[in-house]
Write a protein that binds this ligand. Structure first.
Ligand code: ATP
Length: 450
């Protein structure tokens, strides 16, 4: 379905996924706070990426480099000179605009006259140490990649990895973006998940194509509809100065096709620059061929926040339900903030002790919520809206047969299983087994929805 961004923003606020930063002071634009459910979603995205890209591969290692780095890093990388957008300032209202956002040289806000474009650096500047002087200037990193390049030799020396291999990192990045908006799509503080995959130069193209596929598949496996993804090649004129080839994985966001992740063949630009500026040898000796060379690097660079937005948009659904509309997030179980909800049929005092016992069992294995407020129907709806794949209901019959009902979010179908089988059954269902597959000892199948 076509998702309305305002509805999604409102759901995110209402249910505790995402809040405006510093909201009680009027908000800080393009900065967002992740609430109790948002933080779980974000952690799950990062966890899925780390698992798929690092833990399950033997050609990748992780890194966590510091946000603050030597200023020389940004001089070598070209960011201090080149990480900028041309801006025009309105002579009347003093608002600044990206040249591409203006028409006929007039201010889009008040129609005033604009200055000639001037370059505006997107890096946040701050001072290192107590003295606020030019010599103490450093930057908040606008990407995590440079932390990887400057540690290339450290990793080669310690990780016992042979080419081809990659270094992966997740961390905060900061960009003083000019054009913001579209919720968490473009923020001034955000998180990145970046890989620098080092290869022999003559294999770079092959690996570039490999990563284009691999990264699209990662989104698809986590539930993104294939139809909503496409590749967009950067033309010669759009290529960054270092890139030999670059594709964006685009997603069909509510505002149209936009970049979700960038994948670039950066050649040997970064290692060569850092070798030149630092005076350190950043070449690699290939013991098999006896050659020494500077590796090429393929960079799949993704944003956690942008991925979160894509997963939320893709999962959002509405369907008619009696006289109302059922809103649900069809999130992949790996991403869902809450995996299981335990819901006693009512607050009846004979039910609650058993429901609490079931909760105690389930929460040891999965992120679980216990909820006994309001009617069972409303509680199901609430769990649908936050994307909880399964709800477990304890009813009066449970007291007699020691069995509970598992209700599936997407189909609203239910099965009944003995409490002794509950966690094993949930584990199977959460890993993709159809609900209809009854566990041994499963007592009966119920078709009704709740
Ligand atoms: P855009 O042109 O959309 O601002 P970019 O081309 O500058 O993006 P890259 O430098 O390629 O982005 O960054 C890699 C990834 O990091 C992007 O694909 C995106 O997912 C994420 N990203 C970049 N800038 C932001 C931002 N300001 N807010 C949120 N995510 C971002």
């Amino acid at each position: 379905m076509k998702v309305d961004m305002d509805k999604l923003v409102s759901l995110c606020k209402r249910r505790g996924f995402i809040f405006q930063s510093s909201e009680i002071y009027g908000g800080l634009s393009a900065c967002w706070d992740y609430g109790p459910l948002g933080v779980e979603l974000k952690r799950n995205i990062k966890e899925a990426w780390w698992r798929g890209m690092v833990r399950e591969r033997d050609d990748m290692v992780g890194l966590d480099s510091s946000v603050l780095m030597h200023r020389a890093v940004w001089i070598a990388s070209g960011h201090e000179q080149g990480f900028s957008d041309p801006l025009m300032e309105c002579k009347a209202c003093h608002q600044r605009w990206r040249a591409d956002d203006t028409k006929d040289g007039r201010c889009p806000n008040c129609g005033g006259e604009l200055t000639e474009p001037r370059m505006f650096n997107l890096m946040f500047k701050t001072f290192f140490g107590p003295v606020e002087e030019e010599a103490a200037t450093i930057y908040l990193r606008p990407e995590t990649a440079q932390g990887i390049f400057v540690n290339f030799a450290n990793v080669v020396d310690t990780a016992r990895k042979k080419l081809p291999f990659g270094i992966a990192q997740i961390g905060k990045a900061f960009r003083n973006e000019i054009t913001t908006g579209n919720f968490i799509f473009r923020c001034r503080e955000f998180e990145m998940m970046e890989i620098e995959f080092f290869v022999k130069p003559d294999t770079a193209e092959e690996w570039f194509n490999y990563w284009l596929e691999e990264r699209q598949n990662w989104y698809i496996k986590l539930g993104i509809n294939k139809e909503n993804l496409r590749l967009q090649q950067h033309g010669e004129d759009e290529l960054a100065h270092y890139a030999r080839a670059c594709y964006d994985i685009q997603y069909l966001f509510p505002m149209g096709w936009s970049e979700l992740e960038g994948i670039a063949n950066r050649g040997d630009f970064d290692l060569a620059q850092h070798a030149k500026h630092s005076g350190k040898d950043l070449s690699y000796f290939d013991a098999d061929s006896g050659e020494r060379f500077v590796p090429y690097v393929i960079e799949p660079s993704a944003g956690v926040d942008r991925a979160a937005l894509a997963f939320l948009v893709d999962a959002y659904d509405e369907e008619p339900d009696k006289n109302e509309i059922r809103v649900l997030l069809r999130l992949h179980p790996d991403l869902a903030p809450v995996k299981v909800a335990v819901l006693p049929l009512s607050r009846n005092e004979t039910l609650v002790p058993m429901a609490r016992d079931v909760y105690a069992i389930v929460r040891k294995c999965f992120a679980t919520q216990y909820d006994d407020a309001q009617s069972i129907g409303r509680r199901y709806r609430r769990q649908d809206e936050i994307g909880t794949p399964y709800s477990v209901t304890v009813d009066f019959q449970s007291l007699e047969d020691n069995a509970v009902t598992i209700r599936e979010r997407d189909s609203m179908k239910q099965i009944r299983v003995p409490v002794a089988e509950l966690t094993r059954t949930l584990e199977l269902k959460l890993s993709g087994e159809p609900l209809e597959v009854l566990p041994p000892g499963g007592k009966y199948w119920l078709g009704f929805e709740g």
